[in-house]
Design a protein around this ligand. Structure first.
Ligand SMILES: [Zn+2]
Ligand SMILES: [Zn+2]
Length: 230
């Protein structure tokens, strides 16, 4: 697969699993790069040959099946029935939470159901910031949602232009974060099997940025990162 990630050259990355044929593949690609260059458009898009990046190939360990016993513990009504975004009821950011069980793609009006319980204290959350004029920003946090939200508000107050919403608030809303709202989109749950929860969080953030077209106005995201899928 080709990635838009660049390192030191302007070419794409060719990402593949390491194998005994790896160096042959690299050679074939480099020696045939002139085919790409024979096309004027492709020559402009891909001025340099790709940098080859190898992923670790599956090991015996990966192929062995882990023991898995389903969680038979009786869950409380809290876990069973509460899903959606809620205020925690005891923090200063509650007023900025949009309580909801579903959320909309603001372009298509398609409705999505929140996949679990999210409140100010939830961790590993993909969230959406919303301003009064309809602009939005998709973000994620592995810390408590209220901690990350507080950073966004502080960035607005201090005109920190590293934060796209802060830039927007300086231009349109007089750097006053009191109107900023936040909504939970997805919570990454711990699984019985474990696994890389942070990686899944990053993947889901990328998914929602892509799905909501958050890099196009009124979306305010400035970048999308496909590396979590490599
Ligand atoms: Zn709260
Ligand atoms: Zn706005």
């Amino acid at each position: 697969m080709f990635s838009v990630q660049n390192r030191n050259n302007n070419g794409p990355c060719f990402v593949t699993q390491f194998s005994s044929c790896a160096s042959k593949m690299k050679h074939i690609m480099r020696s045939n790069w002139k085919i790409i260059h024979s096309d004027p458009l492709l020559r402009e898009v891909f001025p340099d040959p790709p940098m080859t990046v190898f992923k670790r190939a599956p090991s015996i360990k990966d192929k062995l099946v882990k023991s898995f016993l389903p969680d038979t513990k009786e869950r409380s009504w809290l876990h069973k029935d509460l899903w959606g975004t809620y205020k925690c009821g005891s923090c200063k950011h509650c007023e900025s939470i949009i309580p909801c069980k579903t959320f909309l793609d603001l372009r298509t009006q398609k409705e999505y159901k929140t996949n679990g319980f999210i409140n100010c204290n939830s961790e590993y959350v993909v969230y959406r910031l919303l301003c009064p004029c309809g602009c939005f920003y998709v973000g994620r946090t592995k810390r408590k949602l209220k901690e990350r939200f507080s950073e966004h508000k502080y960035a607005i107050q201090t005109n920190n232009e590293d934060y796209p919403m802060a830039k927007h608030y300086r231009e349109i809303h007089h750097s006053d974060p009191s109107s900023l709202k936040v909504q939970g989109i997805e919570v990454i749950k711990k699984t019985v099997r474990g696994g890389d929860r942070l990686k899944r969080l990053l993947q889901r953030e990328t998914f929602w940025i892509w799905s909501f077209k958050a890099m196009e106005y009124p979306g305010l995201n400035e970048e999308i990162d496909y590396r979590p899928f490599l």
